[in-house]
Design a protein around this ligand. Structure first.
Ligand code: EPZ
Length: 435
């Protein structure tokens, strides 16, 4: 689905029990596109970003960019961005409340203009998600931050000054924000305990193309030698490893075979291990991953424990999807969510479909009921990844599942209904008033 925003009332109707079969083309990564779009703010010029997914979140980010005076033109899968006429340094509440990643304009605006005013992102369904690491990192670079009327007022009297920044936890967007700010600071910045997700590698590639001097890509110690100037560039967005993982788990959960094309298998080490642990055949090819669960379906999936961790550990953004698979396993599995304190919102909905799951703090214990463990039911999406786990459960369940609040899904999955239908899924988007 492109352009037309999904109405609040739209639902997905999934008729389960059809083994998925075939290959899906993976789109560009949401969590790379967002920081790479904001990186264009660092210096005036025309940029071309290639392979940008058309999602609710990327559209929100483009609206924020336009609010700052930036022109953004779509050209098929690419975006032309012109940041010459930057005329504002404010990210308004109306936009930030719909997407926390708006905080990623802070670093580039401070580096380029010395000021930024952004609405403080509130909590979200999966956790409190404070931005204290971002703000204390900027203060290390000489920025004064204060909170007024729900807005962060950030100001640097002089040019940002390189310094040592340490994160208690390897925060993805805090690493991205400080990285971008440090590229134009005076002197050297060292980021310790930095996150090393592949999306950060994509950002470092872009900043390097713009003339930045960064050492330590793909490690938790980043050194940025500040530059006086940067230039615009052309860059490609990496494939979405979370979208790829979602389809692989979906194909397996239905006892199907097939896979994902245009993905980078090296970005999914832990998922590949865990799927093999469940007894699923996983074949890694060049820029593709194939799975075959037909054999495994005869004996049933083995129970596998998961502990979510920063990259290269098991991604929290694939936790809910794997839980849906484990509801179909032969035994008891434990999922330990270590990144977000409230990321089990999908459990109650999976229980409505007949799953047996108990929660103890940040651990969920899933007593698998075997392949026929789920039955279709009306359920409600609560956040982006929880919604994709309900789609997977609906595809594996017997009978019909009706998923409400699918606008969550459209935030991070491009053309999911069409892609699943291409794999033989019986799925449709409906408007309640469309008889
Ligand atoms: C990024 O969020 C992703 N979003 C999330 O994906 C992903 O779940 C998360 O990283 C973890 O992998 C984008 O890239 C746009 P964090 P981010 O800062 O950067 C705590 C999806 O589904 N923390 O790495 O916001 C925080 O509360 C989304 O696509 C602080 O305490 O996550 C959390 O417990 C959901 N203070 C932990 O660190 C801070 O200043 C890791 O969060 C920052 C973070």
């Amino acid at each position: 689905m492109t352009i037309k925003e999904v109405g609040k009332m739209e639902k997905l109707i999934v008729e389960g029990g059809v083994p998925l079969d075939g290959e899906v083309e993976i789109s560009g990564a949401k969590n790379a596109a967002l920081p790479l779009i904001t990186a264009t703010l660092l210096c005036a010029g025309r940029y071309r970003l290639k392979n940008v997914p058309d999602l609710r979140d990327t559209r929100t980010m483009l609206r924020l960019m336009e609010h700052l005076g930036i022109t953004c033109e779509r050209d098929g899968k690419d975006l032309e961005i012109d940041t010459t006429n930057l005329n504002s340094a404010e990210a308004p509440y109306e936009l930030v409340k719909t997407m926390r990643a708006s905080v990623l304009v802070l670093g580039p605006l401070l580096a380029r203009t010395g000021v930024a005013r952004i609405s403080l992102p509130g909590g979200c369904a999966i956790g409190a998600r404070p931005i204290n690491y971002h703000l204390s990192g900027f203060e290390q670079l000489g920025v004064k931050c204060s909170l007024e009327n729900g807005y962060i007022e950030a100001k640097a009297e002089n040019r940002l000054k390189g310094n040592v920044v340490y994160f208690d936890m390897p925060s993805v967007t805090a690493t991205e924000n400080l990285l971008m700010a440090a590229t134009l600071a005076r002197g050297t910045t060292i980021i310790k305990n930095a996150a090393k997700e592949p999306e950060i590698g994509n950002l470092i590639d872009m900043l390097t193309l713009m003339g930045a001097d960064i050492e330590g890509k793909n490690t938790d110690l980043l050194t940025v030698h500040g530059r006086d100037n940067l230039t615009s560039c052309e860059v490609e967005i990496i494939p979405d490893r979370i979208e790829a993982g979602t389809y692989l788990i979906g194909i397996a959960a239905t006892g199907g075979q097939g896979g994902v094309k245009n993905c980078i298998p090296e970005h999914l080490p832990s998922l590949i291990e865990k799927m093999r642990g469940a007894g699923i055949l996983v074949e890694v090819q060049d820029r593709a991953i194939m799975v075959d669960a037909r054999e495994c379906c005869k004996k049933g999936f083995k129970e596998v424990d998961i502990t979510t961790m920063p990259y290269p550990g098991y991604p929290t953004d694939l936790q809910a999807q794997f839980m849906a698979l484990m509801t179909l396993a032969n035994g008891v599995s434990v999922i330990h969510e270590t990144i977000f304190e409230n990321r089990f919102m999908h459990v109650a909905e999976l229980q409505r479909m007949g799953a047996s799951i108990s929660i103890d703090g940040r651990r969920a214990m899933i007593s698998g009921k075997g392949l026929k463990g789920l039955t279709g039911a009306p359920v409600m999406a609560t956040d982006l990844r929880a919604s994709s786990s309900l789609v997977i459960a609906g595809l594996a369940a017997s009978g019909m599942t009706e998923i409400a609040r699918i606008y969550h899904l459209e935030r991070g999955y491009e053309s999911m209904v069409e892609k699943l239908a291409g794999l033989g899924a019986d799925i449709a988007r409906v408007r309640p008033d469309s008889s």
